[in-house]
Design a binder for this molecule. Structure first.
Ligand SMILES: C[S@@+](CC[C@H](N)C(=O)[O-])C[C@H]1O[C@@H](n2cnc3c(N)ncnc32)[C@H](O)[C@@H]1O
Length: 343
C-alpha cells in the first residue's frame, strides 16, 4: 500500500474553514470519476500538526492520477510517505504559464471566491464527455453571468478559451479595464478590442474581444488564448454565441444577497432567471457538455434546481448528498449542481 499526502493551500482554509479537506475530498472523487480513474481511497489525516488529504493506492500513483491531483482547486503540494519522511512529488503545472495574480488581484464585493470557482470548473469539466480537454487546453468555457470575470480569469490561467456574459455595465467596464492593464503591466503580447454589439440593426450591448499569449514563445507559436465578454442580457443570447461551441457552462448564480437577479420578481430566487436563460445557454453547449451552477440553497432549494435542469433536458450528475454544501455566512448556504447534456 502506497500513501500520498496532498497538502492543501492555506487559502482553502480561509474559504471553507474546517470544511476544506471534506470539499477537496469530494472534488477528488468527482474528478476521479470523470477522468475514469479508480475510486480514490482518501482520508483526512494529520502529520506533525499539519492536515493533509491522504490518498492510498495499491501500487505506484499513476501519471494520470498525478495529473488529476494537480488540477485540484486546493492542491498545494504532493508527497509520497516513506516511513517518517515525506518525498515531494512534482505537481503538473498549467500548460499556459500566466502570472498567478490574474485570479487574485481583483477585489470587490460580490466576487465569487476563486478557489470555489476553480472547483466548480473542475467538477463540471470532469462531467463532460471529454474531460481531457481541461488538461490539453481545448475545453471551451462559458460563464453566462460572469460579473467581473473570476471564471474567465481562471480559464485563462489554465490556458483555456472562454466566453462571459453579464448585464452589469459597471462589471463589464471594470473587467475590461482590469484585464487590459494587467496584460500591459505583465508585458503580454495581446490584442483587446471593445465594440458595440449589434445584430440585424438591433443594439445588444457591447463586446470585449481579447487574444493573448502567455509568453513571447507562445505568441510566436500562435499558442494564444481567446476571451470574449459580452455585455448583454443572458436570457437573450440569440445570434451572439455560436451554437454547440462550448464544453462547460460554469456560473455562480445570483445569491439574492449582494446581487439579486435583475428585475423585481427575480430579486431573490434565481430559478425564474435560470428557467428563461437555460434554453439559450444550452444551444451553445456541445452534446456531451456539462453545466455547473453554484447557488445559495436559502434561495434555491436543491430539488427545485435539479427538477428545473431535468425540465430543460439535462441529466444531473449523481453525487453524495451535500458533498459540496457548505456555509458561507448566515445568509449563504452554498452548494453546486452539475448536469450533463446527453443529447
Ligand atoms: C454571483 S454574481 C457573479 C459574480 C462573478 N462570478 C464574479 O466573481 O465576479 C451573479 C451575476 O449575475 C449577473 N446577472 C443577473 N441577471 C443577469 C442577466 N439577466 N443577464 C446577465 N447577467 C445577469 C449579475 O449582474 C451578477 O454579476
Amino acid at each position: 500500500m502506497t500513501e500520498h499526502l496532498i497538502l492543501l493551500a492555506p487559502s482553502a482554509n480561509r474559504v471553507y474553514g474546517a470544511e476544506a479537506p471534506r470539499l477537496c475530498e469530494a472534488e477528488l472523487r468527482a474528478m476521479a470519476a470523470g477522468f475514469g480513474l479508480p475510486e480514490p481511497d482518501v482520508a483526512r489525516t494529520d502529520v506533525a500538526g499539519v492536515s493533509y488529504l491522504a490518498l492510498h493506492t495499491s501500487g505506484v500513483l499513476t501519471d494520470a492520477a498525478v495529473r488529476v491531483v494537480s488540477q485540484l482547486s486546493a492542491a498545494h503540494a504532493l508527497f509520497r510517505r516513506e516511513g517518517d519522511l515525506l518525498a515531494p512529488v512534482a505537481l503538473e503545472q498549467p500548460r499556459a504559464a500566466y502570472p498567478g495574480d490574474l485570479v487574485t488581484i481583483q477585489k470587490y464585493q460580490g466576487k465569487t471566491n476563486e478557489q470555489w470557482t476553480r472547483l466548480l470548473l473542475n467538477v463540471t469539466a470532469a462531467a463532460t464527455r471529454l474531460p481531457d480537454r481541461l488538461l490539453d487546453g481545448s475545453l471551451q468555457v462559458f460563464d453566462p453571468m460572469c460579473g467581473r470575470g473570476t471564471t474567465l480569469n481562471i480559464a485563462l490561467s489554465l490556458g483555456l478559451d472562454s466566453i462571459g456574459v453579464d448585464l452589469d455595465s459597471k462589471d463589464f467596464q471594470a473587467y475590461s479595464a482590469f484585464l487590459k492593464t494587467w496584460m500591459r503591466q505583465h508585458r503580454l503580447k495581446h490584442t483587446a478590442d471593445e465594440s458595440a454589439l449589434r445584430t440585424s440593426g438591433r443594439n445588444r450591448g457591447k463586446r470585449l474581444q481579447v487574444e493573448v499569449a502567455a509568453s513571447k514563445e507562445a505568441h510566436k507559436a500562435a499558442d494564444t488564448q481567446h476571451l470574449t465578454y459580452l455585455l448583454t442580457d443572458t436570457t437573450d443570447l440569440d445570434g451572439l454565441v455560436r451554437p454547440r461551441s462550448v464544453d462547460a457552462i460554469v456560473t455562480d448564480t445570483p445569491y439574492g444577497v449582494q446581487h439579486g437577479s435583475h428585475g423585481d420578481r427575480l430579486a431573490r430566487s434565481p430559478l425564474e432567471l435560470l428557467d428563461r436563460a437555460l434554453p439559450g445557454w444550452l444551444r451553445t453547449l456541445r452534446t456531451g457538455g456539462a453545466v455547473g451552477l453554484s447557488y445559495n440553497r436559502h434561495v434555491a432549494p436543491r430539488e427545485d434546481l435539479a427538477a428545473l435542469l431535468v425540465t430543460h433536458g439535462l441529466d444531473p450528475v449523481d453525487e453524495t448528498p451535500d458533498a459540496f454544501r457548505h456555509r458561507v455566512d448566515a445568509s449563504i448556504d452554498r452548494d453546486l449542481i452539475v448536469a450533463r447534456k446527453a443529447r
